[in-house]
Design a protein around this ligand. Structure first.
Ligand SMILES: NC(=O)c1ccc[n+]([C@@H]2O[C@H](COP(=O)([O-])OP(=O)(O)OC[C@H]3O[C@@H](n4cnc5c(N)ncnc54)[C@H](OP(=O)(O)O)[C@@H]3O)[C@@H](O)[C@H]2O)c1
Ligand SMILES: CC(C)=CCC[C@@H](C)[C@H]1CC[C@H]2C3=C(CC[C@]12C)[C@@]1(C)CC[C@H](O)C(C)(C)[C@@H]1CC3
Length: 597
């Protein structure tokens, strides 16, 4: 007679059906005939789990390490239907774990990481409390469909039904007693390592080539690659000093006790970090400082004539920042590390970054770098390029394409800084570590490649006809509207799901306690904000004409970047939300462009 590996009362790790998530559970009983464990999760959900989906807590980390050495991780594809519920103050559903299908049970996905127990933020709890009615109905429906919910696992909800509020609040109370969960190191596979090395080497070289190309009289593809200048010509101590001063000045503006202090979303530890969201003030102060410098005789056309040297200086500073981040992450507490940024491989960790929110006192380095020196620097560069165009082409005012491009991009940056708080619910802030790659993106890629349209226009006048002008203005305005509305909708929902302004929206509850929007902008496509962003990107390239690819660099890279980000978000969200995410994908089948992609 085979015996049970675990006894009643044992604390073990149990896989959440239909996902690769493991939560700490307590064994209630073992049925020797079916070899199923009945376990109870911290939120009081009882499930029957197969033996192989239950494991010892201490061996959990070891298993994770050894498993992730295998090339390429398989993903679970769940088909279990999470229920879609209307969100309103009167009727909605409790964040309920959907019953897995038989197919889910067969997907043996293994562990992608150790996960914290289901966590609810305050707002979600509020909305969930009001969602009981539907949930009870849903739970009855689930129990009435044994073929779906009980084929391999038995989802029992006796205790939840009895005390829904206690069930919802318990996980958070328990968390604070037990402390936050730390991500388990996941060593990268061969592809992961080679990918990191490739991007690490390729992207800086690519920036160099693109900027050299931009300096050519005829930057067409037939002249690619451009001749390489002596590398020592890239080194300019004055440029290094200026970039350093610019970053320091922006850091000073960030830490000044001026403007709003905004709270981020709760971390794994339940803690909420504060961010100084005074980006608009920083832009105004920077504009005043630049105006003062020009008044005192500074020549902004220096930025155009020393473009390569300034980019090289920014690159140097991003490498130094990357090294600093890597070294300091060695001292970070486990719960301060990003899931997936903790591989133990030097190259990957340096590149992706290990620490989720590295800070020097109140200065949040990731948020600061993403929002300030590069973004505001981009506007300064555009301004300098518009002045250079006037000087080089003997114009009284910048050309119409230059005016359009710089105004459109200025609107984009000003909007980002005005709505700075919304970035606190973006993927990078929530899930990504801060390492060299993001530092490079923020300090080099954004200011020096996003300004390529303006750089191109300095020496390549582009006639602007009425249809193109109308098309770019329309794309910019409509794109901006979609971008802003969708970002604000998600940000509002993440901050307070019971916000009355969102009461008309539907959402899918998930096992984490957070819900996923399935109507409104987020019911149209899965990334409405990307759609708006892409339309604006098109509006920025159109005024530069079709003679060369260079002014289209932003749009082309952006499509690649967004497709890659979509796959990252899919991975992270499937890991986090399990089958509810699959349900979202079924309900909202298109990713970025309705009926197309
Ligand atoms: N100009 C550029 O170079 C550039 C580059 C990249 C991005 N961007 C822009 O930056 C902004 C942020 O982009 P992002 O990549 O961070 O993506 P995002 O769409 O802002 O954030 C993704 C996160 O939103 C949450 N989410 C996804 N679907 C949801 C739903 N249906 N309901 C509720 N929450 C949902 C998920 O986080 P949780 O569930 O964990 O909360 C997901 O991880 C976008 O507007 C993008 O266009 C610009
Ligand atoms: C090195 C490379 C090729 C990539 C690194 C990615 C990096 C360039 C982007 C990652 C997140 C992006 C982002 C913006 C700019 C580009 C990134 C830093 C953003 C600041 C642009 C302005 C938007 O309004 C925003 C929503 C604030 C953006 C936030 C995300």
């Amino acid at each position: 007679m085979p015996t049970a590996r675990f006894q009643e009362g044992d604390k073990v790790m149990g896989r959440w059906p239909g996902s690769s998530l493991y939560y700490e559970v307590q064994v209630l009983s073992f049925d020797a005939a079916s070899r199923l464990y009945t376990v109870i999760y911290k939120d009081k959900t009882e499930l029957e789990l197969k033996e192989q989906d239950v494991m010892n807590i201490s061996s959990f980390q070891n298993r994770t390490r050894s498993r992730s050495r295998s090339p390429g991780r398989r993903r679970s594809r769940s088909r279990s239907p999470a229920r879609t519920t209307r969100r309103s103050s009167s009727r909605s559903a409790v964040a309920e774990k959907p019953p897995p299908s038989d197919r889910d049970a067969k997907v043996k996905d293994g562990m992608e990481g150790s996960l914290s127990p289901p966590q609810l933020n305050k707002g979600d709890q509020n909305s969930n409390k009001t969602q009981d009615k539907d949930n009870n109905a849903d739970s009855k429906r689930a129990e009435a469909e044994p073929d779906r919910s009980q084929s391999r696992y038995n989802l029992r909800r006796r205790r939840e039904d009895a005390a829904p509020e206690a069930r919802l609040q318990q996980p958070q109370e328990k968390r604070s007693e037990e402390g936050p969960a730390a991500p388990v190191p996941v060593p990268p596979d061969y592809r992961g390592k080679m990918g990191s090395v490739f991007w690490l080497l390729f992207l800086p070289v690519w920036v160099l080539f693109v900027l050299l190309q931009a300096g050519l009289k005829d930057p067409s593809l037939t002249n690619f690659p451009p001749p390489l200048p002596p590398l020592e010509s890239l080194w300019d101590p004055q440029a290094v000093g200026l970039v350093f001063l610019w970053i320091l000045f922006q850091a000073l503006l960030y830490v000044l006790p001026v403007g709003k202090l905004s709270e981020g979303v709760p971390l794994r530890s339940g803690q909420r970090l504060k961010y100084r969201t005074n980006g608009f003030f920083a832009t105004a102060a920077s504009a005043a400082a630049v105006a003062a410098a020009v008044y005192l005789g500074a020549d902004l056309t220096y930025i155009h004539s020393h473009f390569l040297q300034l980019a090289a200086a920014s690159f140097l500073l991003s490498v130094l920042l990357g090294l600093f981040l890597y070294v300091r992450s060695g001292h970070a507490a486990p719960e301060e590390l990003a899931v997936g940024g903790n591989s133990g491989n030097v190259v990957c960790d340096f590149s992706k970054g290990r620490e989720l929110n590295p800070r020097i006192r109140n200065l949040d380095l990731k948020f600061f770098c993403e929002m300030r020196p590069g973004l505001i620097g981009w506007c300064l560069i555009n301004l300098a390029l518009a002045l250079t165009e006037m000087k080089q082409q003997g114009l009284q005012a910048p050309s119409y394409p230059m005016i359009l491009v710089t105004l459109f991009q200025l609107l984009y940056v000003l909007d980002s800084l005005w709505n700075e708080e919304a970035v606190l619910t973006s993927m990078d802030l929530l899930h990504e570590g801060f390492g060299f790659m993001l530092a490079f993106g923020d300090l080099v890629w954004v200011p020096f490649t996003y300004s390529l349209q303006a750089f191109y226009l300095v020496e390549h006048p582009s006639p602007l006809n009425i249809p193109v002008l109308a098309a770019s203005v329309a794309l910019q305005l409509v794109g901006y509207y979609i971008f802003r509305k969708s970002n604000s909708e998600k940000n509002r929902f993440r901050r307070d799901p019971s916000d009355p302004r969102l009461s008309h929206l539907k959402s899918i509850p998930t096992a984490t306690g957070r819900s996923l929007l399935v109507s409104g902008w987020w019911g149209m496509v899965r990334h409405p904000n990307y759609l708006g962003d892409l339309m604006m990107a098109l509006a920025w390239s159109l005024p530069c004409g079709f003679s060369h690819l260079l002014p289209w660099h932003y749009l082309i890279h952006f499509m690649v970047l967004l497709v890659h980000r979509d796959s990252r978000i899919t991975t992270v969200c499937r890991r986090t939300y399990g089958s509810a995410w699959d349900e979202y994908c079924r309900t909202v089948p298109y990713r970025i462009v309705p009926y197309l992609y």
